[in-house]
Ligand binder design. Structure first.
Ligand code: FDA
Length: 314
């Protein structure tokens, strides 16, 4: 990992830095670069302006790997409040959730109970088939349990979707099973450092693997079974290949979308939108916005300059 990225991860983890930055007078402007807002009201406002510009959004309440049952409860309440606020605004009732933020760290039953609660609230407020609880995929130790949670939610007819990491060796088998279920799947490269026994670790391998799995998601069998495919990447080479594939064999706009993080490569997001593709933006919100923002800056030093400029320009 590069020295810059290591430095930003240290800043992301420092409680003292977090306190200074999150409580500073310029904090709202800094937060606005990569997160939807420091609270739900701001995030809804941001989701509305994105919708006006033609983008779908998925709200994500910041906070992961929680072991304190009280914090789990607070997280679930925040997510449910978000779900209830989206519908009256005419926005997609779509939230992304880390299983470990809603209790999977405590037990499968707690995690499942809370996912069911959130999913059923979505079902009550849903107006279309794009609405769902999207399960994020965390490190390899919780993959099996996250997939089991997803399968149970599907059995119970809770509107649900799941993320698969192209870097994991097991993902092809997992994807084939999800296709048989006619699931909604978000495909990402994978953000966690995994061992080479379990994962492809070289960039070129992950790239190739992503395209192979994307091909399965776009296959005739997947279309027949009603699979919904979300391609979540900022990699323009991957996006170019996917667009080419979609030009050759078009898919209805209600069956796929591209997905990116809010604030990352916004010009690329606009270009995809202008070329007629549905684009969803992952829109994190909440008081704990600094660690997330620091990680985004760490991924690309140029972002620090951008953030600095936006702080001082009116
Ligand atoms: P890559 O990292 O190669 O980036 C491609 C290009 O994008 C870079 O060359 C750079 O130019 C640009 N770029 C990347 N980051 C940037 C930044 N911060 N600022 C500006 N430019 C930047 N992972 C996971 O394990 N579980 C999950 O549930 C999810 N969920 C998820 C949802 C969504 C909507 C997205 C977009 C991503 C995830 N991820 C994830 C993260 C994913 O696994 C992956 O780590 C990141 O998307 C980075 O990989 P890329 O495919 O973007 O390519």
């Amino acid at each position: 990992m590069r020295a810059w990225q290591r430095f930003m991860i240290r800043l992301a983890r420092s409680g003292r830095v977090r306190q200074i930055v999150q409580e500073g007078s310029l904090s709202r402007r800094l937060a606005g670069r990569f997160v939807g807002g420091v609270d739900l009201a701001e995030a809804i406002e941001r989701a509305q302006s994105l919708a006006a510009a033609g983008f779908r959004a998925s709200l994500y309440f910041l906070g992961e790997y929680v072991e304190d049952p009280r914090v789990v409860e607070e997280n679930v309440n925040e997510i449910i409040a978000a779900v209830r606020s989206l519908d009256p605004e005419g926005l997609d009732v779509h939230v992304s959730v880390d299983p470990t933020q809603i209790g999977l760290t405590l037990s499968d039953e707690v995690g499942m109970g809370n996912a069911r609660l959130i999913g059923r609230t979505i079902a009550r407020h849903s107006r279309g088939n794009l609405d769902c609880i999207m399960l994020d995929m965390e490190d390899e130790s919780v993959v099996e349990r996250t997939l089991a949670m997803h399968a149970r939610l599907l059995e119970e007819r809770v509107p649900t979707a799941v993320t698969l990491q192209a870097c994991l060796r097991r993902s092809e088998e997992d994807l084939r099973a999800l296709i048989r279920l006619g699931a909604r799947v978000r495909l990402v490269k994978g953000a966690f450092a995994e061992s080479s026994e379990r994962a492809f670790v070289r960039r070129a391998e992950i790239h190739r693997r992503y395209l192979e799995l994307a091909e399965l998601l776009l296959s005739a069998e997947a279309a027949e079974r009603g699979v919904f495919a979300a391609f979540a990447t900022h990699d323009h080479r991957l996006l170019g290949a996917l667009e080419e594939r979609l030009r050759a064999r078009p898919r209805p706009a209600e069956n796929y979308e591209f997905e990116m993080l809010y604030g990352v490569r916004p010009s690329l997001q606009r270009r995809l939108r202008e070329r007629g593709h549905p684009v969803r933006l992952y829109l994190p919100f909440g008081a704990q916005w600094w660690p997330y923002t620091a990680r985004r800056i760490g991924e690309r030093p140029a972002n620090a300059l951008f953030v600095w400029r936006s702080l001082w320009s009116s």
